[in-house]
Design a binder for this molecule. Structure first.
Ligand code: GBH
Length: 454
C-alpha cells in the first residue's frame, strides 16, 4: 500500500475515481408515473418494427422504484462515483413551460441515496430522451430546441447543484444526430438529407454551448460543467511517427462537427469544403457559444477505427477492418483496447484539456446463467482488462484522466436492440427484476480495491 502502490506497474493514481454509468430511459421504467411526459423514445419504441422484439423502456430495470437496492450494489462494488441522466420530460412534461415537481423530487431523493452511500453523482442532462412535445415542433431541426435545452439544463442545475457538483450537458451528440435524423434507427426515426443533418448537428452543439452558459448562470458556485461525447477514435494503424501524425489529423477531421468545433470554436476548412452548399448556417456568435470553456471533457469509448498516413490532402485514410476483426456481442463493437490510450491522448495533445473522464466504456456479451446460478462473462472481463491496461498507459504518461465510468452497472434497454444485448456487469432477469452480479463485477470490484490491475 501507499508508496509501494505508486510503483506497481499497472497502478492507477491515488484518488482515481471508479464508477458506473446509466441513462434515464434505459433503466428507469415508470414511464407513466408521477407526471412524466412523453419522450421521443416512448413514441419510437411503441411504434411497430422500430426496436428488437418491440421492446420498450416502460419498465426497463424498474430503477425508478429500485434505485436504493441498486445503489447498494454500487456501494458493495466499491464505486466512488456514479453517472446518471435526467429525463427531461420528467422535469418539463412538455419540454418547456410548466414544471413537474415530482420529477425534481425523484432526482433529489435518488442523488441523496448516492451521497449517503458515499458515491459522488455525475449528472447528464440529455441522454437522448427529447420530450415529444418538442419533436412535434421539429426537435433538433428547430433551433428553438437548443434554447429550450439550455433553459431545462439551467433549471435542473439550479435545483440539484447543492448536491451534484458535476454536470454533463449532452451524451453523444453524434449518436442522437446521426442515428436519429440520418439513419432513422433511433428516435425520432428520420432519414434526412445531409444539409439538414449538418444543420441539426449545429443546433445540437449550439444547445450544448447554451446549456453550459445556463448551468454556469444558475448553478451553485464550484459546479463543474462538461459533456460526454463519443468521438470517432482514430487509432494509428501501427505506432510509428507517420501513422501517429495521421491519427492526430484524423481525430480532428473525423470529429469536426462535434468535439472539434466545441474545442476550437470553428468548423475545419475541410469539413466546410466537403459539404459545400450543404454546410450548416451559423454566426460567429454561435461559434463562440459552442466553444464555451469547459471544466472537463468526458468521452465514451467503445469500438476503434484505424487510420494510416496518406499523401493526399487530408494526410490520412481510414482503414476498413478485415471481417475477421474480433467483436463482442454487438456487431458494431469491434475490440480495440488501445482506444483507451489513444482517445484521451489525442484529445490532450490536440486541445490541452486539463481534466478528462472516461464517461463510458464497456461491452455486450452473450451472457447466460450457468447451472450454478452464476454468470461467467469471461469475454467481458478480457475486454475490460485490456481496455483498462491502455487507460493506465495513458495516465502513466501524464494524460489527465481522473475517473472511469463502466457502462453499465445493469443490463438495460439497449435502444434499438431492446433487451437483446446485455452490457451490465450485473445480470438482470427482466421477468423478475432479479439482479445477479456477473464475474465481471468481481473483476471490477477487485480492480477498484487494488486501484489497479497489477
Ligand atoms: C453508448 O453508445 C450509449 O451512450 C449508451 O446509451 C449505450 O447503451 C451504449 O453505448 C452501448 O451501446 O446499430 O450498428 O448502427 C455507444 C455508441 C453508437 C454504439 C451507435 C452503437 C449503433 C451501431 N453507439 N452504434 S448500429
Amino acid at each position: 500500500p501507499g508508496d509501494a502502490a505508486a510503483t506497481r506497474p499497472l497502478a492507477f493514481p491515488k484518488g482515481f475515481l471508479w464508477g458506473s454509468a446509466t441513462a434515464s430511459y434505459q433503466v428507469e421504467g415508470a414511464a407513466k408515473e408521477d407526471g412524466r411526459g412523453h419522450s421521443i423514445w416512448d413514441t419510437f419504441s411503441h411504434t411497430q418494427g422500430k426496436t428488437h422484439n418491440g421492446d420498450t423502456g416502460d419498465v426497463a430495470d424498474d430503477y425508478y422504484h429500485r434505485y436504493r437496492d441498486d445503489i447498494r450494489l454500487m456501494k458493495d462494488l466499491g464505486l466512488t462515483v456514479c453517472r446518471f441522466s435526467v429525463s427531461w420530460s420528467r422535469i418539463f412534461p412538455n419540454g418547456t413551460g410548466s414544471i413537474n415537481q415530482q420529477g425534481v423530487d425523484f432526482y433529489k431523493k435518488m442523488v441523496d441515496a448516492m451521497l449517503e452511500a458515499g458515491i459522488q453523482p455525475y449528472c447528464t442532462l440529455y441522454h437522448w430522451d427529447l420530450p415529444q412535445a418538442l419533436q412535434d415542433k421539429g426537435g433538433w431541426e428547430n433551433r428553438d430546441t437548443a434554447q429550450a435545452f439550455a433553459d431545462y439544463a439551467g433549471y435542473v442545475a439550479s435545483k440539484l447543484s447543492d448536491r451534484v457538483k458535476h454536470f454533463m450537458t449532452t451524451n453523444e451528440i453524434r449518436s442522437f444526430v446521426e442515428l436519429g435524423y440520418r439513419e432513422g434507427i433511433h428516435a425520432p426515426g428520420l432519414r434526412l438529407d445531409r444539409a439538414k443533418v449538418a444543420q441539426i448537428a449545429h443546433h445540437a452543439v449550439l444547445g450544448h454551448g447554451l446549456a453550459v452558459q445556463a448551468i454556469r448562470a444558475k448553478a451553485a458556485s464550484g459546479t463543474r460543467v462538461g459533456l460526454a461525447e463519443n468521438p470517432t477514435v482514430t487509432n494509428p494503424a501501427i505506432e510509428t511517427p507517420e501513422h501517429i501524425a495521421a491519427a492526430h489529423k484524423a481525430f480532428r477531421e473525423e470529429n469536426a462537427m462535434y468535439l472539434s468545433v466545441i474545442m476550437e470554436g470553428r468548423y475545419t476548412d475541410l469539413y466546410l469544403k466537403q459539404l459545400g452548399a450543404d454546410a450548416p448556417k451559423f454566426t460567429p456568435e454561435e461559434l463562440r457559444t459552442i466553444a464555451s470553456p469547459l471544466d472537463f471533457v468526458g468521452i465514451n469509448v467503445y469500438a476503434p477505427t484505424y487510420v494510416r498516413a496518406d499523401a493526399g490532402e487530408r494526410g490520412y485514410v481510414m482503414i476498413t477492418p478485415p471481417t475477421s476483426f474480433p467483436k463482442m456481442a454487438s456487431p458494431w463493437l469491434t475490440v480495440g483496447p488501445e482506444s483507451l490510450y489513444w482517445a484521451p491522448k489525442l484529445i490532450h495533445d490536440l486541445w490541452k484539456v486539463k481534466e478528462m473522464y472516461i464517461t463510458e466504456n464497456g461491452a455486450s456479451s452473450d451472457d447466460v446463467v450457468a447451472a450454478d446460478g452464476h454468470v461467467y462473462d469471461t469475454d467481458r472481463v478480457m475486454y475490460l482488462r485490456n481496455y483498462l491496461t491502455h487507460l493506465q498507459r495513458a495516465i502513466s504518461q501524464g494524460v489527465p484522466v481522473k475517473g472511469y465510468f463502466l457502462w453499465s452497472l445493469l443490463d438495460n434497454f439497449e435502444w434499438a436492440d431492446g433487451y437483446s444485448k446485455r452490457f451490465g456487469i450485473v445480470y438482470v432477469d427482466f421477468a423478475t427484476q432479479k439482479r445477479i452480479p456477473k464475474l465481471s463485477s468481481q473483476f471490477y470490484a477487485d480492480v477498484i480495491r487494488r486501484n489497479g490491475l497489477g
